[in-house]
Design a protein around this ligand. Sequence first.
Ligand code: GLN
Length: 195
Amino acid sequence: MNKRVGVLALQGAFREHRQVLEQLGCDVVEVRKTCDLEGIHGLIIPGGESTTIGKLLNIDGMGDEIKKLATKDLPIFGTCAGMILLSKTIIDSDQYRLNLMDTVVERNAFGRQVASFETDLMVPAIGPNPIRAVFIRAPYLREVAPNVGILADYDGKIVFARQGNLLASAFHPELTPDQRVHQYFLDMIDEYWAH
Ligand SMILES: NC(=O)CC[C@H](N)C(=O)O
């Protein structure tokens, strides 16, 4: 199947996701309006500024449309700000969110001094070799419900998780040459569209 993957392109690191997906042979749709969601096989919500992206999602009902697709089990992958937008609970914030994952997220959770850093992360679901993970003013998941699978943690903090069709990373997999995280998401899309 030729995969048609949407990348939410309201703000943030959408171009970098586009490049990786194209290198992996996908057709990419930059999603700016609700109608751009039509016919996509999966959606990536990129990193950026979660309050800004949230406000823009709320303007013309595009957020509601994404929620509808999520309840039909469309695969959705949120990175960094995208992880924040997917979470049901955002600590100390009433900002707009998609309210989809049973997770409690804390924004800018690694502190000011270490606003950005890179590290090797073990992700057994992806393979035995670690992935290089880039964190930029990153959130992490403080709590997850039992129905959420933890794919990776860093220093005891949950930074990669999956709940059924929903995938969330605190780091930016689009900023390293390693494509295995995107490939993992594309495999979720294949699974979903196979039945
Ligand atoms: N790189 C990122 O996406 C940072 C997320 C940002 N700190 C926020 O809270 O929206």
